[in-house]
Ligand binder design. Structure first.
Ligand code: PMP
Length: 370
């Protein structure tokens, strides 16, 4: 019987270590209010779409050629953006920048180069669900060490986990997804000193922090095993374009050249991202507004008697729910999609536009006070 419908993964000669794994699966549903995957709720402004369209148009005749493998202009622009991203950040050189199709691919490059079979990647959970998948996808073993109650990582907790597991790669996500928790630079320094492996600080949400100066970019000088990963998917409102990047010692970028596929960043992606970076202030203009909506939601959810974890990101984790999946479904029934990340009694919601946030607050008030 050759009918495709009867074939399951078990019938395929799949890698043993992939058997039983579940893929990344945030539901993509066509509902009016989508507050579930930490996007920026605001569309790309007109002045920026016009600039991008013009740059893309200029690239089109040249699409017969492969793109610049070294994405030279993009690296220059990313270096310039990061160098002025926050007080205390050193001047970063283009050689210190790497980019790929989303920070997921940046992380995949890192794990291909520094993870792999026989190696150990350590993370502090709950954290971003792709860290274990990306690590194990390269054959590395992912170990999750629990955070403190309240989700902080202290220097002592981190040191104990590093001593116990002796990781080749350490993931620190700050502000952390899905909890919103910031990890102090003192803890990151301690982790770096304690570990012998690569320390990846995933700062996908850094621009939403109440204290953007708490960025590990400041720690880069003299720390060649430290990597700071960022993305244009969140604050830059550019998730659909797929552009993530990192800053590290130039030698780290040399290591990533060994594993990336040639020409991994298309000419169109590079052009769109360059045009977007030329208009960074316009794209980033909604960050303060989203932070205001986040705080508005925090206040309203607390008034409903829920536990709200203070967040330095564009989302909130809230708890005190007897049956989070039922609440998730009741919100969906009212046209509002948020996220159940599997933390007991909790759900996660993004700050939306003002009307979206209002729609969510109205819906949850109705669900909680029924
Ligand atoms: N890191 C974290 C912590 C994230 O939450 C996400 C997206 N949800 C990513 C990385 C990946 O984002 P992207 O690939 O769009 O850059």
């Amino acid at each position: 019987n050759r009918s495709p419908a009867t074939v399951s993964l078990d019938d395929l000669p799949l890698r043993d270590d992939l058997r039983g794994k579940t893929p990344y699966g945030a539901p993509q549903l066509d509902v009016p209010v989508q507050l579930n995957v930490n996007e920026n709720a605001h569309p790309v402004p007109r002045e920026v779409t016009e600039a991008i369209a013009a740059r893309l148009e200029a690239e089109l005749p040249g699409l017969n050629r492969y793109p610049d493998r070294e994405f030279t202009e993009l690296r220059q622009k990313l270096a310039a953006y990061l160098s002025s991203a926050a007080p205390g950040v050193p001047e970063l050189r283009p050689e210190q920048i790497w980019a790929a199709n989303g920070s997921n691919e940046v992380l995949a490059h890192l794990l291909q180069a520094f993870g792999g079979p026989g190696r150990i990647a350590l993370g502090f959970g709950p954290s971003y669900s792709m860290h274990p998948l990306i690590a194990s996808g390269t054959g590395a073993r992912f170990v999750e060490s629990p955070r403190e109650p309240g989700y902080a990582i202290t220097a002592d907790l981190a040191a104990a986990a590093i001593d116990r597991h002796d990781p080749d790669v350490v993931f620190l996500c700050t502000p952390n997804n899905p909890t919103g928790t910031l990890t102090g630079l003192d803890v990151i320094e301690e982790v770096y000193d304690r570990a012998r492996g690569i320390v990846i600080v995933d700062e996908a949400y850094a621009e939403f922090s109440r204290d953007p100066s708490q960025t590990a970019l400041r720690l880069l000088p003299g720390r060649p095993r430290l990597v700071v990963s960022r993305t244009m998917s969140k604050a830059f409102a550019f998730a659909g374009a797929r552009l993530g990047y990192l800053a590290a010692d130039p030698a780290v970028c040399d290591a990533l050249r060994l594993v990336r596929l040639p020409y991994h960043l298309s000419a169109l992606t590079q052009a769109a991202a360059c045009a977007a970076l030329d208009h960074a202030p316009a794209l980033l203009a909604k960050v303060e507004e989203l932070k205001a909506q986040r705080e508005r939601m925090a206040t309203a959810l607390r008034e409903l008697g829920l536990t709200v974890h203070s967040s330095d990101s564009n989302f909130l984790l809230f708890g005190g729910l007897d049956d989070p999946q039922a609440v998730w479904q009741q919100l969906l029934d009212r046209g509002v999609l948020i996220r159940n990340t599997g933390i007991d009694g909790h759900l996660r919601v993004n700050a939306g536009t003002e009307p979206e946030t209002t729609a969510f607050l109205n819906a949850i008030t109705e669900v909680m006070t029924r």
